[in-house]
Write a new protein. Structure first.
Ligand SMILES: Nc1ccn([C@@H]2O[C@H](COP(=O)(O)OP(=O)(O)O)[C@@H](O)[C@H]2O)c(=O)n1
Ligand SMILES: [Ca+2]
Length: 469
């Protein structure tokens, strides 16, 4: 009997060869071919300027380049001066955004500048077209893809700030305030002007939304001052300011707003002296006087004859709701309305001199107005929007919604870049890491099977007794 030859059979060599080639090929494809994009181009960016009544805010958004539907993370924000204050100096309005825009140019990788959309949306009191056109000119000079500056309508301002079907949005700005929510009792037939319809992820939504111009925090305050100066008083005792607060204000300055058009006394003195008395109750009465509750031609109204369906679901409150309630330690809405009132009663009565000592770093203008702000918020929510002791708990005060700064800017950008998905998404593609893992595991398993097969073939070949021919 002749000993079996120790050499490999060609079929064994062939199978083992295939195994090695398969392994190398698959790992190569997985690792080399599907290399992630270089860091600087892995993301896309979008910039939105929110030209509000009190300041302009810049938001830089960032999302993975392969997934336009995965938008929504705000990466940087910056506050620039308000462009409305440049009404008489349009050139200055454009220049005022320079610092903000230079920061944006640093934050967005330069290879992405040219394709990064840049939008400016102006809200509420910003109907100053000459300023807007100057700003447009200035924004064209940056390396981004500028897509225009425009004024948002009230419904747009309200509805783009709304993000989740079950959660309403409450936005309190300086010039206007917005309320938006989905209500089973609303289909637009009662009041078509308050209806915004959306198709999102395969569902249709009928959103109720209303923007109250002149009922933002600053314009509401001016309205209360107007109530107290209608006969050209030279001194005013204002319950919404702290005891000991005293300030001389100019009539021309106070009445220099469309919200108080035709209300200015005919021959007022130049100035009036504002004296704080720090009385919550009195402040609330004064604030109530700027709302009209008497006329309503619908089944139900909020105020000023504006239709509002029954409140429904939870709410997220942001902007000045957040600034003011955060300062007053009142963002916890599980605190009862009675306790909120007690806190405001005590806070408004705090002497101005003491308050300044307690908060040396807070901007004086803001500090002086938190008593008014808190009282206004409480009154707007309960008397205006009809929140009750019970439904007040449904409000969450937020700075951010789902990781993005709360507000209308993200919705505005997604809408203008056609990135709001109307239909439900297909199963999402495998992320890069998942893809590589699947490829490597498949390759290794395949190679192991083939190597095992080769080994078995070789063994059968060696152990089988060879026939002697
Ligand atoms: N840190 C801040 C910023 C703004 N505010 C006030 O919050 C209100 C809304 O500010 P905003 O800039 O969101 O208003 P708009 O510019 O959108 O009209 C204004 O009355 C500001 O004076 C504040 O109390 N604390
Ligand atoms: Ca705003």
């Amino acid at each position: 009997m002749k000993e079996a030859s120790p050499g490999y059979r060609p079929v064994t060599v062939f199978v083992a060869g295939i195994a090695v080639i398969a392994l190398v090929a698959l790992v190569t494809v997985a690792v080399v071919q599907n290399k992630p994009l270089p860091k600087s181009t892995r993301y896309r960016y979008g910039i939105v300027l929110d030209a509000g009544s009190s300041h302009t805010a810049l938001y830089v958004y960032k999302w993975p380049a392969e997934k336009d539907n995965n938008t929504g993370r705000v990466t940087q924000t910056e506050s620039c001066p308000g462009i409305s204050s440049y009404a008489s100096n349009p050139q200055g309005a454009g220049d005022s955004l320079r610092e903000c825009m230079l920061k944006a140019a640093k934050w967005v990788p330069s290879s992405r500048h040219g394709e990064t959309p840049l939008y400016l949306g102006a809200t509420a009191g910003m109907r100053l077209l000459n300023v807007l056109s100057a700003v447009e000119g200035a924004l064209h000079s940056y390396p981004f893809s500028f897509r225009g500056a425009r004024i948002l309508s009230g419904p747009e301002e309200g509805s783009f700030g709304w993000g989740q079907a079950t959660t309403g949005a409450l936005d309190l700005g300086g010039a206007s305030t917005q309320i938006s929510f989905v209500s089973a009792h609303f289909n637009g037939s009662q009041s078509p002007g308050n209806l915004m319809t959306f198709r999102l992820y395969g569902n249709d939504y009928d959103l109720y939304t209303h923007s109250f111009l002149c009922y933002g925090k600053d314009q509401a305050l001016r309205q209360t001052l107007a109530r107290q100066t209608q006969s050209g008083q030279s001194s005013v005792s204002d319950p919404c300011f702290h005891p000991g607060y005293i300030r001389v204000r100019e009539y021309s300055d106070l009445y220099n707003t469309p919200c108080l058009a035709d209300l200015a006394p005919r021959t007022p003195p130049t100035n009036f002296t504002l004296l704080g008395t720090g009385n919550f109750q009195g402040c609330q009465e004064l604030i109530k006087s700027i709302f009209n509750f008497t006329q309503c031609r619908y089944s139900r109204c909020s105020f000023n004859g504006v239709y509002q369906p029954q409140l429904q679901g939870s709410f997220e409150a942001f902007s000045a709701y957040n600034y003011v309630l955060d300062f007053l330690n009142l963002t916890d809405t599980s605190v009862s309305l009675e306790d909120v009132k007690a806190r405001l009663r005590e806070y408004c009565a705090t002497p101005w001199s003491l308050l300044q000592k307690q908060h040396p770093t807070t901007k004086r203008k803001y500090l002086a107005e938190y008593c008014f702000g808190g009282t206004y918020i409480l009154t707007l929510l309960t008397e205006g929007f009809n929140f009750t002791a019970d439904t007040y708990k449904d409000i969450t005060v937020v700075r951010q919604i789902k990781g993005s700064d709360a507000g209308w800017t993200l919705g505005y950008m997604l809408n203008l870049t056609n990135m709001i998905p109307a239909e439900a998404q297909d199963t999402p593609p495998l992320p890069y890491a998942g893809y590589v893992s699947v490829m490597v595991v498949t390759a290794v398993v395949l190679a192991l099977i083939l190597l095992f097969l080769a080994y078995r073939l070789q063994r059968t070949h060696c152990s089988k007794p060879h026939k002697i021919v």
